[in-house]
Design a binder for this molecule. Structure first.
Ligand SMILES: O=C(O)C1=C[C@@H](OP(=O)(O)O)[C@@H](O)[C@H](O)C1
Ligand SMILES: C=C(OP(=O)(O)O)C(=O)O
Length: 419
């Protein structure tokens, strides 16, 4: 069982953006409760290579911004490590700056599609080269002289949207980006506080170029995607009661809470407040003996995309059939998360079927221990560490180091909460 209360570590999406926007602002920025995960450290590393002064003190980061046009040509290749958010968002900034740069990452990044970003950036007049017509790393960007764009995004992706919003800051006139389904909107919220001229009209985002962005102090709220592992752990283990403090509750991220409520899970939102334009609150989660299945598809998918591996584990402990659809994007994350979740849960004895765009899970199953292949995917490692809490025998993960990508201190926290 999981028992106790704790302050949640910083949000990964917001931490990346805080570094990037600070780096291209004018003046001194302080970022508190920054997520010291490997992905966000990769973002820091890339901006240091472009002459940005970034100091880390405890969980605070101090960034002396170079101004919108003040980044220097990188001293070296920019290595984004395992981070899709870094490579997609930084491409938008690099496209606007008048120098050449090369982006690489690890083996998993080498398989993740980049045309979703490089195609529209080319439409804005940027010259980009790379493997398979700039769909894969290494990617070389020759930045500068961008023109505006009116673009209907074919995929729902906050990373693509953010890359194009950032490039639009450097364009000659107003750009408009249209989404099909609303994705996380941290870029729109935070860039506005830096003085960007952004207007959101339903699913269209209008961006006017500006001369400069102005420095900010940013307090990063806790990451609901990280909280989801503890939420599921508490829901499915007898006697659990956990209070998770300082959780970001932006509507574009709270799909997991809606799903848990639909499944008859015991979750309460307390102390709701606004911090830096983002809604924040505390979550009280209790063991829920009567969980039932639900359907997860369409518009809710972007609101819980990174939580699906652990939601699949949760579904094995619910009475009835849970169907997850419209989640093809899971195939191009750090691993093919549809296949990896289905294969591993099958090994543990779950009744689960792979779909082209999701999975069907029949509960409730008694899970048994197994050797789990994580493919060095942090979300898979954490999801199956939660399955371990309810299985007969032990889950043995082939890698746990990958957890540091988004949740350093996770294993220690689970130990502390485990009673
Ligand atoms: O913008 C972001 O910070 C993110 C957007 C999502 O990716 P997509 O934009 O590919 O959907 C999400 O999966 C990722 O973990 C973080
Ligand atoms: C998909 C993820 O991140 P990224 O795209 O930044 O690698 C994730 O954190 O689950």
């Amino acid at each position: 069982m999981l028992k106790g209360n704790f302050e949640l570590i910083g949000d990964k999406s917001i931490s990346h953006r805080a570094i990037m926007f600070s780096a291209i602002s004018k003046g001194h920025n302080k970022i508190s409760n920054f997520l010291m995960g490997q992905d966000c450290l990769s973002t820091i590393d890339c901006f240091r290579k472009m002459g940005v002064d970034i100091k880390i003190e405890g969980s605070d980061v101090f960034v002396k911004g170079n101004g919108l046009h003040g980044l220097k040509a990188p001293t070296d290749i920019l290595d984004v490590g395992n981070s899709g958010t870094t490579i997609r968002l930084i491409s938008g900034i690099l496209a606007g700056n008048k120098f050449e740069s090369t982006l690489i990452g690890d083996e998993s990044i080498g398989k993740r599609p980049m045309k979703r970003v490089t195609d529209p950036l080319r439409l804005m007049g940027c010259r980009i080269e790379g493997k398979d017509d700039a769909n894969y790393t290494p990617i070389k960007i020759y930045g500068g002289n961008l023109h505006s764009i009116d673009y209907k995004m074919p995929v729902s992706s906050a990373q693509v949207k953010s890359a194009l919003i950032l490039a639009s800051l450097y364009a000659d006139k107003k750009s408009t980006i249209h989404e099909k389904v609303r994705s996380r909107n941290h870029t729109e919220i935070m860039l506005k506080s830096f003085g960007a001229d952004i207007n959101v009209d339903d699913l269209s985002i209008n961006i006017n170029p500006v001369e400069e962005l102005f420095s900010q102090d940013i307090n990063v709220c806790g990451d609901i995607s990280s909280a989801s592992f503890i939420i599921v752990g508490a829901l499915i283990t007898k006697g659990s009661e956990v209070m998770i403090k300082n959780v970001g509750l932006n509507k574009t991220r709270t799909g997991i809470i809606d799903v848990v409520k639909n499944m008859n899970g015991n979750i309460d939102l307390l102390n709701k407040r606004l911090v830096g334009g983002e809604i924040v609150g505390d979550l009280l989660v209790k063991y829920s003996p009567n969980l039932n299945a639900t359907n997860i598809d369409k518009d809710i998918i972007p609101r819980l995309i990174d939580e699906i591996p652990v939601i699949a584990v949760l579904a094995t402990q619910c009475e009835g059939t849970t169907i997850i659809k419209d989640a093809k994007e899971l195939k191009v994350k750090e691993s093919n998360r549809i296949k990896v979740v289905v294969d591993n849960l099958k090994l543990m004895g779950a009744d689960i079927e792979e779909l082209e765009d999701g999975m069907i899970i029949k509960g409730k199953s008694s899970l048994k221990g197994a050797n789990i292949q994580t493919f060095k995917d942090h979300r898979i490692a954490m999801a199956f560490s939660i399955a371990d809490l309810v299985c007969d025998g032990d889950v043995k993960l082939d890698d746990t180091k990958c957890i540091d990508v988004s949740f350093p201190g996770y294993t220690k926290l689970i130990k502390e909460l485990s009673k």
